[in-house]
Design a protein around this ligand. Structure first.
Ligand code: DAK
Length: 261
């Protein structure tokens, strides 16, 4: 039995972390199942992925504290690497990934949402990095991605003091793009995923790569990354059709199914 449920809705994949009785906490098995499910996504027919948690209460309440409590230093490092590898796989997945944060996003759960491209939250969402209270640092990229996503001082406060942030504050911090009543979260995430999927897939992927690869480079190097990816869009079906339709004032025809060219 897998801790991950996966559904394909047209071009959109919906991946649910399904360990509801432990508020979807990430143990080694959940991480292994998540890794395997990410590898199994058909990237030729999927243009956007949504990640959410099972139930109404929690996105992911963190790494599994029970499992971590008995780890040795070496095992702790190995566990951190396993999580980091999976989260990096999400961050570098060629297609955009939306986190639909339906409740607690604490510790590894907050870090999981930060490895996604876009975060949408339900009104009951709570974000936090409570690790220092447990005697550890955030280990799945929290010290790095949180400080790059929101104001550095606020990120430091959340990490040093374990300050939790509810959905409205998360919105004002830019940690999430929008907040919805719980029952509207998944429809809103689907709607956004479908809007993304309606655009030229090669161009959307190139945008993700350009932003991710360029963001930590000096601007003169970053624009070179953009130039290359911009050039890669030319001679593709969608570039030719998109521009021809604009010039002839025709309605754009439905996009071709993505192929790797
Ligand atoms: N791990 C394991 N089980 C968890 C869990 C977690 N993180 N969070 C909740 N659960 C389990 C509870 O134990 C409980 O199980 P039963 O007792 O029913 O068997 C069940 O989920 C329901 O939880 P509660 O009864 O506590 O529910 P409440 O509504 O009262 O409270 C809560 C919800 C989310 C406020 C509370 O459960 C809570 O504070 N949970 C812990 C949140 C937390 O501290 N998260 C951060 C975990 S630390 C590293 C790699 C990774 C990390 C660090 C280092 N390296 C080694 C480099 C990451 C660390 C973390 O994520």
């Amino acid at each position: 039995m897998s801790y991950i449920k996966y559904e394909q809705n047209g071009f959109v994949g919906v991946l649910t972390i399904d360990r509801e009785k432990a508020l979807n906490a990430l143990n080694s098995e959940v991480l292994a199942d998540l890794d395997a499910e990410l590898d199994a996504i058909d990237l030729d027919s999927t243009r956007c992925l949504i990640i959410t948690g099972a139930g109404q209460k929690s996105f992911v309440a963190g790494a599994d504290i029970g499992e971590m409590s008995t780890l040795t230093k070496a095992e702790g490092e190995a566990f951190g690497k396993k999580g980091n590898d999976v989260f990096r796989k999400i961050e570098t997945l060629p297609i955009p990934v939306i986190a639909a944060v339906n409740g607690f996003a604490l510790g590894g759960g907050c870090e999981l949402s930060l490895s996604c491209d876009i975060r949408l939250a339900a009104e009951n969402a709570v974000f936090g990095q409570p690790e220092t209270g447990l005697g550890i640092t955030p280990g799945f990229g929290g010290t790095q991605r949180l400080a790059r996503t929101i104001n550095v001082g606020k990120a430091k406060e959340m990490i040093y003091a374990g300050t939790k942030v509810k959905a409205p504050e998360a919105l004002s911090l830019g940690l999430v793009s929008a907040v919805y009543p719980a029952e509207e979260l998944m429809p809103a995430a689907m709607k956004l995923a479908e809007r993304i999927s309606a655009n030229a897939p090669i161009a959307v992927r190139a945008c993700k790569k350009a932003i991710n690869d360029g963001i930590s480079l000096p601007i003169e190097k970053a624009v070179e990354v953009e130039e290359k990816l911009f050039g890669d869009c030319f001679e593709t079906h969608d570039q030719k059709e998109g521009m021809a339709c604009f010039l002839s004032r025709e309605k754009p025809k439905p996009k071709a199914v993505f192929t790797n060219n």
